[in-house]
Design a binder for this molecule. Structure first.
Ligand code: ADP
Length: 270
């Protein structure tokens, strides 16, 4: 009867609403969990370099006081200052990541593109890793042609490469790292390969999400924002990034970018 039909429709509508509400509730719970977990990671990440800075500054003050009675131990002072420098670099990087996240979330990732030689960029960037490479005891190999010219945002491209190589050093178990750059008529390809701890297949899709740090990698430190930012930059330049990896064997991150941005407004990273 029409009354039964009306009742059935009513029931269906209510079921759909409660399904929607259930979904919304689950999403809200998930967002709260992500926020809480991020706050705890962020406070820990910021606190570690600050504690170390504090200890080093106290040690330097003590050394200066003792210098009234004898010569200043220059080696110790130098070692402490280098450690201070490392912690300041680490803090700046973390703060820069936070700034990037708010900029990108507000749709304010503005690209300033110019003619860039990707090969030159990689060659110029490589020496910046020498300290980290020496500390990890690993070697960086560059496999590149003479030149790969494209129209990109130079600083953002540096950031992409810097992030991928830093991760390769961090998770690379001291094994050699390879950066390969190549191009065809339309696309440039930049690949960073390590032979480190690798990433489980079920985790690979989550890597490029915000605040995603794999639970097993907690002790390596980091906000879990780097790869999300990298993906937003690569997307904004009309490219894409993907990963191939096997646990225990290593990872290969490949970025593909058109040599020029497509006509029309540049996609924003929001
Ligand atoms: P983080 O700053 O925490 O390293 P990223 O966004 O750069 O954050 O990386 C997210 C997570 O992906 C890391 O916490 C790590 O678990 C994993 N990861 C990234 N690069 C590699 C790599 N080369 N090898 C193994 N795991 C990696």
């Amino acid at each position: 009867t029409s009354e039964d039909l009306r009742l059935a429709q009513d029931l269906a509508r209510r079921a759909a609403t409660s399904l929607d509400n259930g979904l919304l509730y689950k999403q809200a719970q998930e967002a709260i969990r992500a926020r809480d977990s991020f706050l705890s990671v962020a406070s820990h990440e910021l606190n570690t370099p600050l504690t170390s800075l504090n200890l080093n500054v106290q040690a330097l003050q003590r050394a200066l006081k003792r210098a009234a009675q004898g010569p200043l131990p220059l080696d110790t002072v130098d070692a402490k200052l280098q450690s201070v420098q490392r912690q300041v670099v680490r803090l700046s990087r973390l703060v820069r990541e936070l700034l990037d996240v708010s900029r990108i979330s507000e749709g304010k990732l503005h690209l300033e593109c110019e003619d860039v030689d990707l090969v030159l960029l990689a060659r110029e960037l490589a020496p910046r890793f020498s300290d980290d490479l020496a500390r990890a005891g690993c070697e960086l190999r560059l496999e590149m042609p003479e030149t790969v010219m494209g129209y990109w945002d130079r600083l953002r491209m540096e950031q992409v490469l810097q992030n991928l190589v830093s991760n390769a050093i961090k998770y690379g178990r001291g094994r050699p790292i390879e950066v390969r750059v190549e191009a065809d008529a339309r696309m440039a390809r930049m690949a960073v390969r390590d032979e480190g701890i690798g990433i489980a297949p079920e985790s690979q899709a989550r890597l490029f999400q915000r605040f995603e740090r794999l639970a097993s990698e907690r002790h390596y430190g980091g906000f879990g924002l780097g790869l999300w930012i990298v993906k937003q930059i690569v997307d904004a330049m009309g490219g894409h990034i993907h990963v191939e990896s096997e646990p225990g064997r290593g990872s290969l991150f490949t970025v593909e970018l058109p040599l020029r941005l497509q006509e029309g407004p540049a996609p924003s990273g929001a």
